[in-house]
Design a protein around this ligand. Structure first.
Ligand code: 6PG
Length: 242
């Protein structure tokens, strides 16, 4: 595991922002554009705030995609797109045509959104081996080993046909739309951002491997072509008892 540890969230966000800016500059220099999929949840908020303050970023060359989305209207407080707009997209000059929300309106159904997003990726993203190949996909990690909306026990884990799929997550009683394993694995780079609070167990398992015979967790089934980087904020272990 290509792992970078940080003492706190602020250090994680600052370092990850610099890494992303470097990947963007290299992609733009080589191919004239930078196609990045943002992740959802809370951890990206601090990263986005850091990115928005960086100088010398060629924002008009960025193309914003999403790794997954909650099936709520784009202005809903739970929407990853809404969060990205608030914390980054409304603060930097990325052309509107380069921003691709997974749920563009309140009327679209999960299957329609998945099909439409797959079409957009095929038409507007770089391709590699006949699959969309984004330059960078950011991913978070849930304590149960989910990433994007690849949740344990869900149908999407076995879907290697589609690029994007809708998935009902029973434990959340909610529909999601997510990139599938083939598209995530096809990216040039995959960067995990893990704010370790409450994730010590899952991080320990990823570092030391699952127990004998354990069912692989969604994140353990991911095999990116370029490997992946982990940026982890792990609070310092508690001081030894006196
Ligand atoms: O839409 C989502 O919620 C995310 O895509 C999800 O996969 C998230 O990245 C993890 O649950 C970690 O979330 P935190 O970073 O908030 O812990």
């Amino acid at each position: 595991m290509n792992r970078h540890r940080f003492a706190d969230s602020a250090a994680l966000h600052a370092a990850a922002a610099q890494r992303i800016a470097a990947l963007a500059a290299a992609s733009i220099a080589a191919r004239g554009a930078f196609h990045i999929a943002l992740s959802g949840g809370n951890t990206p908020r601090g990263l986005h705030a850091q990115l928005a303050t960086l100088a010398d970023i060629d924002w008009p060359a960025w193309h914003i995609w999403f790794g997954d989305e909650r099936c709520v209207p784009p202005d809903h407080p739970d929407s990853n797109y809404h969060m990205a707009r608030e914390t980054l997209l409304d603060r930097v000059p990325i052309p509107a045509a380069h921003i691709h929300p997974m749920i563009p309106n309140a009327q679209i159904t999960p299957p329609e959104a998945a099909r439409a997003y797959a079409r957009q990726l095929r038409e507007q993203a770089p391709q590699h081996h006949a699959r969309p190949a984004l330059d960078l996909i950011l991913l978070g990690l849930g304590p149960d080993g989910h990433t994007a909306s690849l949740f344990p026990g869900t149908s999407i884990l076995d879907d290697r046909e589609h690029d994007v799929a809708e998935v009902y997550v029973a434990r959340l009683s909610a529909w999601r739309v997510s990139l599938t394993y083939p598209v995530i694995e096809n990216a040039r780079d995959v960067l995990f951002l893990v704010d370790g609070s409450g994730k010590a167990d899952i991080l320990h398992r990823l570092e030391h491997g699952p127990a004998e015979g354990a069912t692989p967790l969604p994140v353990e089934r991911l095999k990116p072509r370029a490997g992946y980087e982990w940026y982890i904020a792990e609070p310092a272990p508690p001081p030894p008892a006196p």
